[in-house]
Design a protein around this ligand. Structure first.
Ligand code: DC
Length: 223
């Protein structure tokens, strides 16, 4: 498997359970976990704080060249500041869609992700991991879940953080973002043709992790 990268790529729409299962899978295997959505969110936060619009391409480039996004465990740092909570507000949810559809932003993020992942032993979650960032990953997973289940998960996540919203508002936000992610021109959300699709609606996290790990074990034996 010399041309393949010892890595598990997990893609799927918002709320399909990617980060929870990716984190647990990484723990189970003793690997690192990379949350690429958090990188787009941190970039959206940096642009927002700097008051830079996407149309101001030269300033966007300057910000992209200057900012430092790091992940330690499950915490995200923007220029040394822990922004794990600041990137998960409804405001950033709205802003991240156009930011993640921008060609210049994607190019910078994908480059950084490829640099990080090249040594292997990563579980990486996102929208374009199996199709664009790591098409050579040993194992690819595409997670799905019903809109009802996805909305309830996100609603609970936000409520636990004390963020006031309604289930209806969360469902609308998810649908809007998924449509944008699926229909954007660059690297749209798509299932790789060699990915295993898993519906997480009625499955416990441990069951999904079992499926992912056994799929990986199977894939690594393939020529
Ligand atoms: O997974 P998330 O909700 O934290 O992702 C935030 C946004 O970033 C989401 O609207 C889709 C986008 N994204 C992307 O375009 N490509 C990725 N690899 C990861 C996330």
């Amino acid at each position: 498997m010399s041309s393949r990268l010892d890595l598990i790529a997990i893609d799927g729409p918002s709320g399909s359970g990617k980060s929870t299962t990716a984190k647990r899978t990484a723990e189970r295997l003793g690997w690192s976990y990379l949350d690429t959505g958090a990188m787009y969110r941190a970039t959206a936060l940096a642009l927002h704080r700097a008051g830079v619009e996407l149309a101001e391409t030269a300033q966007v480039k300057t910000i992209l060249d200057q900012i430092n996004i790091n992940q330690e465990g499950t915490s995200i740092f923007l220029d040394g500041e822990n922004v794990s909570d600041a990137i998960r507000t409804m405001e950033i949810n709205q802003m991240v869609t156009p930011v993640s559809a921008d060609a210049q932003v994607r190019e910078a993020m994908v480059r950084q992700q490829q640099r990080l992942g090249q040594r292997g032993r990563w579980v990486v979650d996102g929208r374009d991991i199996g199709t664009v960032v790591f098409p050579e990953a040993v194992s690819k997973i595409f997670l799905v879940a019903s809109l009802r289940v996805r909305s309830e998960r996100r609603f609970k996540e936000l409520s636990d953080k004390g963020i006031l919203t309604t289930l209806q508002e969360v469902a609308e936000d998810l649908e809007r973002r998924d449509l944008a992610d699926r229909t954007r021109a660059i690297s749209p959300l798509r299932k790789a043709k060699d990915a295993l699709e898993i519906d997480t609606s009625d499955r416990a996290v441990s069951e999904v992790v079992d499926l992912i790990v056994s799929h990986y074990e199977h894939c690594r034996t393939l020529p």
